[in-house]
Design a binder for this molecule. Structure first.
Ligand code: BES
Ligand code: MN
Ligand code: ZN
Length: 499
């Protein structure tokens, strides 16, 4: 994992080192521990704030070099706006925004986890620390010449807190979830010549170290299951496809599992219906759904979630080739339903059709949530702020929406219905794999719904949120890791047994 920071916890009384970070709000006051550290420098801060027009607004920063009266290199005062109503999501953002201010030369920083109203709660310090790690992440494994100005921030961050024990305890699960996000990002950012289906499956198999059971299906195994839709996509590549089933049994024995299913198209050229060249390299990220599922399974296992969880990913490469599938081909899915291929670039739904059916039939889960960079149309509809949510179940939808608000990984519900479903009826087979120009994200979801066998199900179209989104306070990389924190939260809020 590309980790640029080390986070530790120290008491308020520890001597700050390197860069000192303090928080204030629109009152421009400091909490008692911060005021004590500042001592005589409080006057300096007051004057600097007045001259620079610093008002303590959320995300604004006052930056003072070599402050006299303080034995630190630099003092950063971060505004939190109106600090009375900060949400967990806000603490993550504040942590990220703070790291953004550190220079690549910074070796040490002390962040004093205190607001004017008093010390931050342990859970909030854990969120802050997570934000620090999320923002510090960069993917530079393949850069052999690291110039000074693009060297990543490499820094040891001490979080000064009121109760070191409580903060450390709250940080353990938060850190496991953060690891999961960074694993997902790493997978998305890897180049497609390195991360092809077989290699991806190997990386997923590393979850065994955490006690996750991992089963890998090769082409022959999937052929025996009758997965003609997934294999139809895979057949154009010299690299074989894989299905990986991961299982974390942290809940009550015999309790039905919850399940997560990911689209893992390791590269999507479009196949015979080939894509234009512009930005095609971004299609290395067409496995972001699968990456999220692996990151999530890591998070759940590493924090020993009290839940039974299945993670399932369908891994293929969609290539043009003499053996590639053609528009006009008809494939038979594991469910027995047939699909006419209209456009070989609508491949994700074909992969998911077989994996969803396998999971529904094999595990009879409480629910299935799939994640897929499925359609360009969802970018047109929702941009990069919300994933599209499609579901046959109002309760699951509501829970996902709530988890989205709590984590800042937002979802927006989109419609499904018989009139849309009709659009994928085919003249020659049970259905076709595209539904025409309009409502492209919806007709894709309608096809998936035909393979859930009545299981409570939600589909998240993450084409906008999972890859290539603009930089935020907590991410500057191509792969966002979207969905790991969202689904970790869904599980912890609703599906874990008593602690
Ligand atoms: N992987 C793409 C969708 C995508 C587009 C993801 C942009 C991320 C960014 C998917 O396989 C695809 O090609 N979808 C087609 C469907 C069409 C042929 C019906 C699309 O969206 O154009
Ligand atoms: Mn495609
Ligand atoms: Zn695709």
């Amino acid at each position: 994992m590309s980790d640029a920071v080390k986070v530790g916890f120290v008491p308020f009384s520890a001597t700050p080192k390197g860069v000192l970070v303090l928080f204030t709000d629109e009152s421009l006051k400091f909490g008692p521990a911060s005021a004590k550290i500042l001592g005589g420098a409080a006057e300096l801060v007051k004057r600097a704030a007045a001259t620079s027009g610093f008002k303590g607004k959320s995300g604004s920063v006052l930056d003072i070099l070599a402050p006299s009266d303080l034995k630190v290199d630099r003092l950063i005062v971060t505004g939190t706006g109106k600090s009375g109503n900060l949400k967990p999501e806000d603490y993550i953002k504040i942590g990220g925004a703070t790291v953004a201010r550190l220079k690549s030369s910074t070796e040490a920083a002390t962040i004093v986890a205190e607001l004017p109203s008093g010390p931050m709660a342990a859970a909030d310090t854990a969120s802050l620390a997570s934000g620090v790690r999320l923002r510090a992440y960069s993917f530079d494994r393949y850069k052999t010449k690291k110039k000074d100005d693009d060297a990543k921030v490499k820094v040891s961050v001490s979080m000064a807190v009121t109760d070191v024990g409580a903060a450390k305890k709250a940080y353990v699960p938060a850190d496991a979830t953060t690891d999961g996000v960074l694993i997902a990002r790493d997978l998305v950012n890897e180049p497609p010549n390195v991360l092809y289906p077989e290699e991806f499956a190997k990386r997923a198999a590393q979850l065994r170290k955490l006690g996750v059971k991992v089963e890998i299906f090769d082409r022959k195994a999937m052929a025996r299951l009758g997965m003609g839709a997934l294999l139809g996509v895979a057949q154009g590549s010299v690299r074989e496809g894989r299905m990986v089933i991961m299982r974390w049994d942290g809940g009550k024995k015999g309790d039905k599992p919850v399940s997560f299913v990911g689209k893992g198209v390791c590269f999507d050229t479009g196949g015979i219906s080939i894509k234009p060249a512009g930005n095609m390299e971004e299609m290395k990220g067409d496995m972001a759904g699968a990456a999220c599922v692996v990151g999530l399974m890591h998070a759940l296992a590493a924090r020993k979630a009290r839940a039974n969880v299945i993670g399932a990913i369908g891994l293929v490469e969609n290539m043009p080739d003499g053996n590639a599938q053609r528009p006009g081909d008809i494939v038979t899915t594991m469910s027995g339903q047939t699909i006419e291929i209209i456009n070989t670039d609508a491949e994700g739904r074909l992969v998911l059709a077989d994996v969803l059916w396998y999971v529904a039939k094999t595990f009879k889960p409480k629910f299935m949530v799939d994640l897929a960079t499925l359609t360009g149309a969802i970018l047109v509809a929702l941009g990069t702020e919300h994933a599209g949510l499609f579901s046959n179940n109002d309760e699951l939808s509501e829970r996902l929406t709530q988890a989205g608000r709590a984590t800042g990984e937002h979802v927006w519900r989109m419609p499904l219905g018989p009139a849309y479903d009709k659009l994928i009826d085919s003249k020659f087979a049970d259905m076709k794999n595209t539904g025409g120009r309009y409502g492209g994200s919806i007709t894709a979801a309608q096809l998936l719904q035909r393979f859930v066998d009545g299981t409570p199900w939600a589909h998240l179209d993450i084409a906008g949120t999972g890859i290539g989104a603009p930089s935020t306070d907590i991410n500057t990389s191509f792969g966002t890791g979207y969905g790991v924190r969202l689904l970790d939260r869904l599980v912890s809020d609703h599906y874990e047994g008593k602690k």
